[in-house]
Design a protein around this ligand. Structure first.
Ligand code: NAD
Ligand code: MG
Length: 387
């Protein structure tokens, strides 16, 4: 029996993970669940999965959550960052699923590692911001770090049993998002509603916009760099609109190993939770004779410059990836609230990174400080445009 703390339980990844818990009650049980503000979903999950602890963003939502629970429900409700840390470090917990969105995942994930928990990580922003610290702590504590992002799960699976020094390069596949074939001149007119309609994947809103700008792939390049200890020049992004090949690894002899599947996150989540065991899932395999074809092309960095920015931030290192991530979070939120155009996202991140310039450093305090600074800077740039 594996005891889980699920951070971001009400989200797309979190609720898929709970489906898996429901399907394998003899393998998994839930110790703690967290959400930001969606107390209605969280209350339902608490009743169904009976965790010992639940955490939400603030005292107000903790009260709302309590009011929604049936009397006599034996669950401790905590809140704020301290509450999320408590959920991530419960004494009984074996594995923490990091499925929060954004920078909020960083501190609880680090606390979980310090507490000796195995980690299944969907929250890529944590690795983007503080990859060096995460990897060092994972090694120091001797815990397991399983990728849940489908591409990284694919790379992990494609590396099984292979020597690290035989790797030539990683081929990170990308669907290309909904605007793969849209001319740049039409980008200014893209609405949030349109951008939220991803052709292949059903995901939370932030990552769906990141997929449309290709920033998601940029964040994944940085994520792959840390997870697999491969330098940036050897991580190549390939547009693959069918999303069947989840990623590939090329070896010294020219052999390429790929992992394939239909675009459904359940496989990667279940593998992250139960590695090395493969669970029997209600997920079909690709029907190759009916797919019609698998195609691959280079990304267009002129139309999707966010990808270029992410490589640059990754190469730069230090606090620059945290600045990239924070400015992106702010710009994406502004786009979703109709405060910024789709093609206004890139310039906000670009300008924030330029202002950050040489200021560097890489300890946790500096990373958190840079995250705050970048949020303020990006927001003030957006406000200036609104005037
Ligand atoms: P989502 O928006 O559907 O869910 C996010 C979850 O995090 C919710 O439970 C929400 O309540 C919680 N949350 C949001 N902001 C928070 C905050 N400030 N503090 C605490 N909790 C907060 O997101 P998602 O699509 O499930 O993605 C979660 C993470 O997994 C992201 O980092 C994303 O990049 C990554 N990921 C998602 C997918 C996918 O298919 N959805 C695939 C790969 C990676
Ligand atoms: Mg992915």
């Amino acid at each position: 029996m594996k005891l889980l703390s699920i951070l971001g339980a009400t989200g797309s990844i979190g609720s898929n993970a709970l489906e898996i818990v429901k399907q394998f009650p003899d393998r998994f049980a839930v110790v703690a669940l967290t959400a930001k503000t969606n107390v209605v979903s969280l209350a339902r999950q608490i009743v169904r999965f009976t965790p010992r602890l639940a955490a939400v963003i603030d005292a107000d939502h903790a009260r709302q959550l309590k009011a929604l629970l049936p009397p006599g429900m034996d669950v401790e409700i905590v809140f704020g960052e301290a509450g999320y840390v408590e959920a991530a470090t419960c004494q009984e917990t074996d594995m923490v699923l990091g499925a929060m969105v954004g920078a909020a995942g960083l501190v609880p994930t680090l606390a979980a590692i310090d507490a000796g928990k195995d980690i299944a990580l969907a929250n890529k922003e944590t690795l983007v911001m503080a990859g060096a610290i995460v990897i060092e702590k994972i090694a120091g504590r001797g815990v397991k770090l399983m990728p849940v992002d489908s591409e990284h799960s694919a790379i992990f699976q494609s590396m099984a049993g292979q020597a690290h020094n035989a790797i030539r390069e990683i081929l990170l596949t990308a669907s290309g998002g909904p605007f793969l074939n849209r001319p740049a001149a039409a980008f200014a007119a893209i609405t949030p509603k349109e951008a939220l309609r991803h052709p292949n994947w059903s995901m939370g809103s932030k990552i769906t916009i990141d997929s449309a700008t290709l920033m998601n792939k940029g964040l994944e390049v940085i994520e792959a760099h840390w997870l697999f200890d491969i330098d940036f020049q050897r991580i190549k992004v390939v547009i693959h609109p069918q999303s069947i090949v989840h990623s590939m690894v090329t070896y010294a002899d020219g052999a390429v190993i790929a992992q394939m599947g239909v675009p459904n996150m359940k496989g990667a989540i279940a593998y992250g939770l139960s590695h090395p065991r493969r669970l029997p899932l209600d997920v079909p395999a690709p029907d190759f004779t009916h797919i019609g074809g698998l195609t691959f092309e280079d990304p267009d960095l002129e139309r999707f410059p966010c990808l270029k920015l992410a490589y640059w931030a990754g190469e730069q290192g230090g606090t620059m990836p945290a600045v990239l991530n924070a400015a992106n979070e702010v710009a994406v939120a502004a786009f979703l609230y109709n405060r910024l155009s789709f093609n206004g996202i890139f310039p906000i991140i670009d300008r924030t990174m330029n202002r950050h310039g040489g200021k560097n450093g890489s300890d946790l305090g500096q990373i958190i400080e840079s995250d705050r600074w970048a949020r303020d800077t990006a927001l003030s740039l957006i406000r200036k445009q609104e005037r």
